[in-house]
Structures are given as C-alpha cells and as structure tokens.
Design a binder for this molecule. Structure first.
Ligand code: DX5
Ligand code: ZN
Length: 230
C-alpha cells in the first residue's frame, strides 16, 4: 500500500556558502534531507562528502538520505554512518549485486536502498527489493541538478509499486530529478512516496511555500475523485 507523501530536499541546489541557514529555513517543513554524494568517477561531477555531512549533522535533526553516486560505496559505509548519514542508496550500475553493501549498511545502523538510472531496467533491482528500505528511480541522468524530468521512467515507478505491493514489502519508493509542481503529481500517481526536489525548493524565492505546494499537489492525487455534484 502506498505510504503518505514525503518530501526530500536536495541540498545540491542550496547555496553551499550558507548551507546551514538554507537547511534551517526548510527543516521544519521537510521529511528528509537528500544528500547527493558524487565522486567525479561514477558521474562526471564532484559535489560534497563526509566533512559536509558531519557539519550538517551538527545543525540538523532530519534523516539524511545519502544518494551515493560513487563507484565504490562499500568503502565509505562506515564513515558515512559515523558522519551522520541515516540512510544510503547505491547505484545498481556501480554495484550489480548489492547484498554485501546492504549487510554492511545494516551493521552500522543505516537504512539501505538501491537506485537505477533512467536507462537501467527495473528488472535489475527487482531481485534485491527484499534487501531494501527504499528504492530510488532516477528521473534525470545523475550528476547535475536542474535537468528536465524524463517522463518515460514513470513506467518503472509503476513496476516498482506493483512489485512492492504484490510482495507485501515495507519499502519506500523514491523518485529523484526534475521533480517540481508540473511533474510531482504524475510521479505520485505512478506510485512514488518519497519525492526529491532540489531546484524546485532551493531555487525558489520562498522554499517553504515551494515545499508546501509540492506536498499539496502530490497529496491531491490520493483523494478520490468526487463527481456529479449529487
Ligand atoms: C542529480 C541528483 C538530484 C538532483 C535533483 O544527480 O541526484 O538529487 O539534485 O535536482 P533537481 O530537483 O534540480 O532536478
Ligand atoms: Zn539525488
């Protein structure tokens, strides 16, 4: 069964010179902070790493949903936990069998999930759903914020929703990339329950209003349609 809508703000779109202030402003209105870790190898960009996570942990009580766009996530699991991550997601393209890294994550108390790129079929992650607290479907190519939503990935969100429900799994279903007021409704209808937004939150003049708008649009898809007026 689909869970209530949760909004995760991607700090990639925040002002890194004022990161603490940007996070403090939105923290009361968020469910998760989405932390995009990039190594310049798995993706053609470098973002942030352990020292930033540690500094944020000192000023935030949110769960840190750490999206690891890195080639060797297993090497960093323990350090990420020590720095204050609460959950990690690892790419199937980097770790085709995530069984070992999932076990490592559990041993240090992290929630665990797998991610697929837009071109990677859902079937790649399907055998590993039982290992996961969360599964993430990318709706842009990983590496950069501010890209356009790739709507063809919604079929994979629907497939993941069906698999989770059919097997009665307690797994969250996250979507990341190009989520904004124009796209979040379709993502909710396809079955997602965690929505990552960077530009659509931190790129707006009023990030708090932006979060509430996103939550309202997504949640409105859950209401039964009342028609006829009688
Ligand atoms: C892309 C990242 C996303 C990104 C989302 O590699 O994984 O989390 O920050 O940014 P927007 O919401 O701007 O598409
Ligand atoms: Zn991300």
């Amino acid at each position: 069964m689909i869970r209530p809508v949760r909004i995760a703000a991607s700090i990639l779109a925040a002002d890194f010179a004022r990161l603490g202030e940007d996070v403090a402003r939105v923290e009361p209105f968020l469910d998760l902070l989405h932390v995009d870790v990039m190594d310049g190898h798995f993706v053609p960009n470098i973002s942030l790493g352990l020292p930033v996570i540690r500094s944020l942990r000192a000023v935030s009580n949110l769960p840190f949903d750490c999206h690891l766009m890195i080639t060797d996530p297993a090497d960093y699991v323990e350090a990420l936990s020590g720095a204050g991550a609460t959950g990690i997601t690892v790419h199937m393209e980097a770790v085709p069998d995530p069984t070992g890294v999932a076990r490592m994550a559990r041993e240090v108390g992290l929630e665990f999930g797998v991610v697929i790129n837009p071109a990677t079929p859902f079937e790649t992650m399907d055998p590993f759903l039982e290992l996961c607290d969360i599964v993430l479907v990318m709706s842009v190519e990983p590496g950069f914020g501010g890209q356009g939503f790739i709507s063809s990935v919604l079929a994979k969100v629907e497939a993941a929703r069906k698999a989770i429900d059919n097997r009665g799994l307690d797994v969250a279903l996250e979507i990341d990339g190009g989520i904004g007021p124009d796209t979040i409704g379709a993502a909710r209808s396809a079955g997602a329950d965690v929505f990552v937004a960077g530009t659509a939150i931190f790129g707006r003049p009023d990030p708090v209003a932006a979060i509430s708008e996103l939550r309202d649009i997504a949640s409105s898809r859950d209401r039964p349609v009342v028609g006829g007026g009688d």
